[in-house]
Design a binder for this molecule. Structure first.
Ligand SMILES: [Mn+2]
Length: 381
């Protein structure tokens, strides 16, 4: 009979979510959503008749996790019995002396790998699970320092960074190379760390990806991966999609907007189009507002955020203001206003500027001065 398990990683319970435009009540809803995702994983494990749930690290964020978090985890895992739970701590939930892993009474179906070298646990006759835990937030040890020993089939569970597929900007904790999995005697490596999903059947490597999207780079379907291990050593992987939240990234070009209202309406139109039939109440959207608009258009990032939220009901809206100001200097110079005087003064100095540095400072002064005279928010560079 094959052994079935449900594998997930990188849930990041207690995450702040400020980077995805979530504040206050919305951030709390997102944190609650992570707990519900864990509950849903337990239900899915039951529906698929799994023997175990494996967790490849970053179950929670150590700095924000409290004994209340631990209590929730212990109660949830206890409700999954007789399904067994195997946890391999990662860089965000390391085996630190102050970790909740060491300060909670866990139910008898929970096994936490506390050693930084792969350590075996017998799952059933002929099948052994090997796991490790990161000893701290910056562990650069090699997961395959120890190879599988003994007869039967061996599966590895750990948080680590596969070197040929490092996502941009991702840290190198627990580095390894995919061919090491088979070379070290394992029929599968159930991993965590990369938040996108990877199922590499050739090298027998699985990154399930975070069950719910945590950043704007994590769009699309997400969830745990069902893993079936046959006595022959064949391994089958079935990705499930169960995410309740969506992240969207949009670029709104408002270059043709001639007034503030037209600009706001254009951003809303683009946000609505990208939302499609998704539930706005469980969506986070990032809009890059680009284009060159007249300096008479006065709109702040906060104005756009508020307008999009009110018009679409999207739960979290993050606006990145990439607007530039279109100026017709020739006509501005003829104006008999404070603005005309300012433009005449700066352009005369620009004509007389003798080096590149002075020119750049004067161009900045012109841009920021025109923004200030129009009553605009001065965009930071
Ligand atoms: Mn992670």
């Amino acid at each position: 009979m094959s052994y079935r398990l449900l594998h997930f990683a990188d849930l990041h319970l207690e995450r702040a979510f400020s980077q995805v435009g979530c504040r206050g009540a919305v951030a709390k809803r997102r944190r609650h959503g992570l707990r519900m995702a864990l509950r849903a994983i337990g239900n899915a494990a039951g529906e698929h008749s799994c023997n175990a749930v494996t967790i490849g690290g970053d179950l929670f964020e150590h700095e924000r996790a409290t004994l209340e978090t631990a209590q929730f985890l212990a109660q949830t895992f206890a409700s999954w019995q007789p399904i067994e739970v195997f946890i391999a701590p990662g860089n965000h939930d390391p085996v630190d002396p102050s970790s909740i892993y060491l300060h909670q009474d866990w139910p008898s179906n929970v096994h936490i790998f506390l050693e930084e070298t792969l350590t075996p646990v017998a799952l059933e006759d002929g099948l052994t699970l090997w796991g490790l835990g990161h000893p701290g937030p910056r562990w650069f040890g090699s997961p395959f320092e120890r190879h599988a020993e003994g007869s039967g089939l061996h599966v590895a569970l750990f948080h680590g960074a596969e070197q040929s597929s490092v996502p941009e900007g991702k840290s190198m904790h627990g580095p390894f190379h995919a061919p090491q999995i088979i070379d070290s005697g394992f029929v599968a490596a159930l991993c965590g760390h990369y938040h996108g999903r990877t199922i590499n059947t050739e090298f027998r490597l699985v990154y399930p990806g975070s069950p719910e999207p945590l950043t704007f780079d994590e769009a699309g379907e997400k969830g745990p991966v069902l893993v079936e291990i046959e006595p022959s050593g064949a391994v089958h992987y079935t990705p499930l999609s169960s995410n309740q939240w969506n992240v969207l990234s949009v670029v709104a070009d408002v270059g043709d907007a001639l007034n503030t209202t037209a600009l706001l309406e254009r951003v809303v139109e683009d946000a609505r189009r990208s939302l499609g039939s998704r539930d706005p109440e469980s969506t986070s959207i990032r809009v890059d507002v680009v284009g060159s608009v007249d300096s008479a258009i006065t709109v702040t990032t906060a104005d756009i955020e508020q307008f999009v939220r009110d018009s679409t009901d999207i739960a979290a809206v993050l606006i990145r203001n990439r607007l530039s100001t279109a100026v017709d200097l020739a006509s501005l110079r003829t104006e008999l206003t404070a603005r005309g005087t300012f433009v005449r003064s700066i352009t005369q100095q620009l004509d007389a500027a003798s080096n590149e540095q002075d020119r750049r400072i004067l161009e900045d002064a012109l841009t920021y001065g025109l923004h200030a005279l129009a009553g605009n928010e001065i965009p930071l560079r």
